[in-house]
Design a protein around this ligand. Structure first.
Ligand code: IPE
Ligand code: IPE
Ligand code: MG
Length: 240
């Protein structure tokens, strides 16, 4: 009967080897809060909850790698109160990660210039990374991350190692995501059509998907829509 057909759950989305890595620019937390007459800070805790939900979903559909842009090298320009809230949300997330990491299938990696964080927090991030390194689903969390900073940092490491000339392979081996394949798809919520300094090196041949949905409202169905868009594209890599 037609109503039964209508209520049948949609076929579960599964990705294949063509789509192993999605990166998310989780934008729109502030506007989401402001539209509810709340301070911008309110959006960041909801954004964190969305991030956890989307992470679980990406693992479930068979992705191998997920990268999220949580805080950029430029985000320090924001009012101190907002920066403090974001850092508090981040601290709480790390704490939860630390306590629950054994139960998850996730290898947590923190990418960005982490040297600005306290020694204690750096040690915690390093430990979470080390102790989850055998897990199958890689989650890169970009904090104090900037694509230009990353490339500059890679070059400086190469100079320190004595290089006077570098190859693309050298730079790929010294960026923060070394060892991860480049993202196949980069998804940006919040309606803006720009990279905002995210994965500049890695995105050379990534597909982009933009949506007006604000990050706290971002759902599994939005992931499905981005995945469907990805599979409708033809990646030519400069060929024909
Ligand atoms: C993204 O949401 C989260 C961070 C940059 C930390 P925003 O805070 O940029 O939200 P909008 O774009 O101002 O709405
Ligand atoms: C990009 O969003 C950074 C993160 C999502 C962490 P922004 O809100 O900082 O980007 P702009 O300022 O609109 O380019
Ligand atoms: Mg924004």
């Amino acid at each position: 009967m037609f109503w039964k057909k209508k209520n049948k759950p949609a076929e579960a989305v599964r990705v294949d080897e063509r789509l192993q890595h999605i990166a998310f620019i989780m934008d729109g937390n502030g506007r989401w809060a402001q539209r509810r007459g709340m301070p911008r800070e309110y959006g960041h805790s909801h954004g964190a909850a969305t991030f956890k939900k989307i992470g679980r979903y990406c693992e479930k559909i068979g992705l191998r790698y997920m990268t999220v842009y949580a805080f950029s090298t430029e985000n320090w320009k924001r009012p101190q109160k907002e920066v403090d809230t974001i850092m508090k949300v981040f601290d709480e997330y790390i704490e939860q990660c630390f306590l629950e990491m054994e139960e998850d299938n996730v290898h947590f990696q923190f990418i960005g210039n982490l040297s600005i964080f306290s020694a204690e927090l750096q040690e915690k991030m390093a430990r979470i990374d080390r102790e989850t390194a055998h897990k199958p689903f890689v989650l890169n969390i970009a904090v104090n991350y900037g694509g230009r900073e990353e490339i500059t940092h890679a070059c400086n490491e190469l100079i320190r190692a004595g290089k006077t000339e570098v190859t693309e392979a050298d730079i790929s081996a010294h960026i923060y995501t070394a060892g991860c394949p480049d993202p196949d798809l980069i998804v940006r919520s919040g309606g803006d059509l720009r990279s905002s300094n995210f994965l500049l090196w890695q995105s050379a041949y990534s597909e982009y998907y933009y949506t007006d949905v604000l990050w706290p409202d971002f759902s599994a169905e939005d992931v499905d829509r981005a995945v469907a868009a990805f599979y409708s594209r033809k990646r030519r890599y400069g060929g024909v």
